[in-house]
Design a protein around this ligand. Sequence first.
Ligand code: AMP
Ligand code: ZN
Length: 199
Amino acid sequence: MSIKRSRSISDNLNASKKRKPTNYWALGLLDTMKDPESIVMEDNLVVIIKDKYPKAEYHYLILPKEDISNLKQVDKEHVSLLEHMHQVALDLSKDDSHKHKNFKIGYHAEPSMVRLHLHLISDDMISSCLKTKKHWNSYNSSFFIDSTDICKELAIEGVIKLPTSEVCKQLLNTALKCHKCDFVPKHMPNLKDHLSSHK
Ligand code: AMP
Ligand code: ZN
């Protein structure tokens, strides 16, 4: 009896050693969700916050109040919640303060932060926080998955099939290209200069 118990404790210890620890910065959204300065709107189901490192002129995150870590944890029961997240994002995009702005609404295939979050981002992509190819491709390749597609897939399949880590790596490493024309920049500063021509 006692041997059995000591074995199971050591098994647990080994398992917890193997488990990847969550970096504390990956929990940052949980604090921002409670910060009145960052909250744009909330209701009984969701909170909308300003992205702390916006990658465009307007960049918001819509998070459920329910403790859902990411898209891998959602199932058919969450369809109405994800549809609600989409709707509040759409409503905010149409707010008077965003006149003449186009927005994208979607999820990153492999998010870095804990708590499910939907991005609402204006399509200018003009921001001092947008620095790397990875930043660019995370919004301008299929690494960024349209929220409408996610809602549809969840409603039909009951589960969301996400690209593998290997595919995500390739998507984030795709050669740079302007999202509004055929311009192929040499590097990020070149692309950032070019983006002002679409203003
Ligand atoms: P993702 O790659 O989908 O996990 O995106 C996480 C988003 O959270 C990025 O757009 C970051 O700029 C943003 N972000 C990171 N830390 C914070 C924070 N503490 N508060 C608000 N937004 C954050
Ligand atoms: Zn262009």
